[in-house]
Design a protein around this ligand. Structure first.
Ligand SMILES: *Cc1c(COP(=O)(O)O)cnc(C)c1O
Length: 366
């Protein structure tokens, strides 16, 4: 029998802990996927989603995991035979590049060391040197805790009218200040189970006019992830196929909770959790414990910190010791499995809850 989980102790970098009232909201009776009740529900969640993305555009609701909308980004945003520039600095940005390749596109992978962000000045040079149909990136690279300077990157890509910026903001939206319209991002997507603190199963995105215009020129963009169809149906507060209705109940409820906190306060709370994690790392180092923050200073995500373990400490054992105390933290991702532990300080978590989980982690390491 495994130790029962401590309430407030689930710090995986996705899925994240879901408030019990949000879980309970899913249990409402079923409604049809056509007709007034579902239209009211979809209309009700629109304004909350627009606040999260800081947009006036409709927010696409997809019954899929976030990766589904990464594929949608490529299928609707890249024309046949055109080049894609993929910024890769970890596992998820690597997945984005792979999706573009597997959709048959010519992909130029610009890889920097894991833990780093891409320098905008070098991007400017690359965009001058060659034409790309689209640029892909992960704003907050969950495998390493690195944060891209999305505002600067969007500014640069916007200087090239025929190049679209496709953004995976799965651990960004709802936790990291991100202004879709002001920064003129062409396509930005997230998933329900990360900073929004909802169960997995839904994904959300905003497409700019340029993105939708581009999509209309691509005849074989498919059906399920056709952004033009998704946006058109949204005009009637509907989805083309049956949505995960129970998850929509939870979303409606959770968006009200987020509205009560306020989006700016939510971004601030994530920054406070990030600061506390860095302080804790410094405290341990001062005490002679060789932990570190894996991502480079100046480009670190407010939603997830990848912590490098002291020499000789096996990260998977630390994760399992935490579990036996009733706490869940993330293991290192892919090639970082042995050397790092990830703390997903996102969603509805508070600095107080974080304090407890870091305290437990500290006890194991000292
Ligand atoms: C979790 C995650 C994904 C994948 O999301 P799924 O919902 O599992 O498809 C993609 N990108 C980033 C940055 C993530 O954190």
């Amino acid at each position: 029998m495994s130790t029962p989980l401590q309430p407030g102790g689930f710090f995986l970098p996705g899925p994240t802990e879901v408030h019990e009232d949000v879980l309970a909201a899913q249990a409402a009776p079923m409604i049809g996927h056509r007709g007034a009740p579902i239209e009211e529900l979809i209309s009700s969640i629109q304004s909350g989603l627009q606040t999260l993305f800081v947009t006036e555009h409709p927010v696409i609701v997809s019954t899929s995991s976030a990766t589904g909308l990464m594929e949608a980004a490529v299928r609707n945003g890249v024309r046949d035979g055109r080049r894609v520039l993929s910024l890769v600095n970890g596992a998820f940005s690597g997945r984005f590049a792979r999706i573009a390749q597997d959709c048959g596109h010519d992909v130029e992978i610009w890889e920097v060391e894991w833990g780093r962000a891409h320098p905008p000045s070098e991007l400017a040079q690359r965009l001058e040197a060659e034409h790309y149909d689209a640029v892909t990136l992960s704003q907050s690279e969950t495998s390493t805790g690195a944060l891209q300077d999305l505002r600067a990157i969007a500014g640069l890509v916007n200087g090239h009218k025929d190049t679209l910026l496709l953004v995976d903001s799965v651990t960004g939206i709802g936790g990291v200040e991100t202004r879709t319209d002001e920064w003129a991002i062409d396509f930005i997507l997230t998933g329900s189970q990360k900073a929004l603190a909802l169960p997995p199963g839904l994904a959300f995105a905003v497409a700019s006019e340029s993105m939708l215009e581009r999509a209309k020129t691509i005849e074989d963009r498919g059906w399920y992830f056709d952004l033009v169809r998704l946006v058109e149906k949204l005009g009637d507060n509907q989805t083309p196929a049956t949505p995960a209705i129970s998850l929509l109940y939870a979303t409606d409820f959770q968006l009200r909770r987020i509205h009560q906190e306020g989006i700016k306060a939510r971004w601030e709370r994530h920054l406070a959790m990030q600061r506390r994690t860095f302080e804790w790392v410094d405290e341990l180092r001062t005490g002679g414990v060789g932990v570190g923050v894996f991502a480079e200073e100046g480009g670190r995500s407010p939603t997830v910190t990848c912590i490098s373990m002291p020499e000789g400490v096996a990260a998977p054992e630390v994760v399992s010791e935490m579990r036996s105390k009733g706490f869940v933290v993330g293991g290192g991702y892919g090639k970082l499995k042995q050397e790092t532990v990830r703390v997903g300080h996102m969603g509805d978590h508070t600095v107080e809850e974080l304090e407890v989980v870091l305290g437990q982690l500290g006890e194991i390491l000292t």
